[in-house]
Design a protein around this ligand. Structure first.
Ligand code: MRU
Length: 383
């Protein structure tokens, strides 16, 4: 299976996965997404010609993962501007497409501010559209840089916490190149450990109900030639009990001011297991995921998704659609109600460390997080 996806470029590394790209064919500018609902069966591109198409792609998880949502949101504003649509309407629809990942609204706002600023200065809509695109491109590049720095810092932390290498890392959801301008967040750290010869095994939670772990993380691990194994989410307990997990590495969709971490549903149970078994639970996220305006975990809005995602199994080839039923294979009696939060919230006291591109916070406290953010703002201003 792994060989099927192991693709090498000239440098021996797998070919870059183009999760998102801006293109300008003669018919006009478009945003091209790798449709993540079709992976790993097919690498199919989805072409967005306006913001409503992108909003639907965000809702259906064709494009997903916090950092990539921010990048997509910024490009979405640029797309609306370049195509002459109402930029503020587009920005509002994009920012509200999914509520939990703060990066989405941050990315949208950044491009919208650039558009408005240039329009106010020059009164020229073309220049304003170019400014929005410039902001989206800058965010895309910054995310790639942040990703590389998180990988470096995360690996250094693993060395410190687990001297001797040979790490067996458990991860949840998908946090690799598919969610980032670079190689991702938590996955990028595991990949750095792999390249340093320090990864014994990556344990990949399948991540019910939409299987981001099975479909996407396993796909990325296979492409990178990593030693990995897939487990059902509820097998994690016995894996910990068997002493097979040295560290948990996850990403985040929003980190509140008190250090509470919203991430894919199933992250909180892993944090509880990790604490019971004395295993470090490490969150890797760029500073764009830290939201000092949200006071605590209870204030984070957790997206509730349609019940059919739980009551049906969707084949990767069958894109999930909105509405009452998703067109998948039913696994529960018709009419079954479901509880389907997309995320859960882990309190700061269960998090060993939060690793960002500007440094790690451990122990995780509101004060330490605020200090890191203030320091990073100073660094940004110096340049
Ligand atoms: O619903 P998804 O697939 O968008 O959820 C993604 C996650 O929960 C990721 O773990 C999170 O965005 C961090 S990605 C760096």
């Amino acid at each position: 299976m792994a060989d099927q996806y192991a693709q090498s470029g000239e440098d021996g590394r797998p070919k870059e996965i183009p999760a998102i790209r801006w293109d300008e064919p003669p018919e006009g500018p478009v945003l091209v997404l790798l449709d993540q609902t079709r992976l790993p069966a097919e690498e199919v591109e989805l072409v967005c010609t306006d913001a409503p198409v992108l909003v639907e792609a965000i809702r259906s998880l064709a494009v997903r993962g916090a950092p990539l949502l921010g990048i997509a949101g910024a490009y979405g504003v640029a797309l609306a501007a370049a195509r002459g649509f109402d930029v503020d309407d587009a920005a509002e629809a994009l920012a509200g497409a999914r509520p939990t990942a703060v990066n989405l609204a941050v990315g949208v706002r950044r491009a919208q501010d650039a558009y408005r600023g240039e329009l106010a200065r020059s009164g020229d809509v073309e220049r304003a559209a170019a400014a929005a695109l410039g902001a989206a491109r800058a965010l895309h590049e910054e995310d790639a840089e942040a990703s590389a720095r998180m990988a470096e810092r995360g690996l250094a932390l693993l060395d410190e916490l687990l001297p001797g290498g040979g790490h067996r890392i458990l991860t949840h959801c998908n946090t690799g190149a598919l969610v980032s301008g670079g190689e991702g967040t938590a996955f990028a750290v595991a990949l750095a450990a792999h390249r340093a010869g320090q990864l014994r095994r990556l344990w990949v939670d399948e991540t019910r109900p939409l299987l981001q772990g099975a479909r996407l993380t396993a796909y990325e691990a296979a492409r990178n030639g990593m030693a990995y194994a897939l487990l059902t989410d509820n097998a994690a307990g016995s894996l910990f009990a068997a002493g097979e997990v040295d560290a948990v590495l996850i990403g985040a969709d929003r980190i509140a001011a008190d250090g509470s971490v919203a991430n894919k549903v199933g992250s909180y149970p892993l944090a509880v297991l990790a604490r019971y078994h004395h295993v470090p639970f490490i969150v890797v996220a760029p500073l764009t995921t830290v939201d000092l305006d949200t006071a605590d975990g209870a204030s984070i809005e957790v997206e509730q998704r349609p019940g059919f995602e739980v009551t049906e199994i969707a084949a990767p080839q069958v894109p999930l659609a909105g509405g009452e039923a998703g067109g998948g294979v039913p696994v529960a009696p018709l009419g079954t109600q479901a509880y389907n939060p997309a995320f859960d919230v882990t309190p700061p006291e269960l998090v060993t460390a939060i690793v960002t591109e500007e440094g790690a916070v451990s122990p995780v406290t509101g004060e330490a997080l605020a200090e890191l953010c203030a320091r990073s703002r100073q660094i940004t201003r110096t340049f």
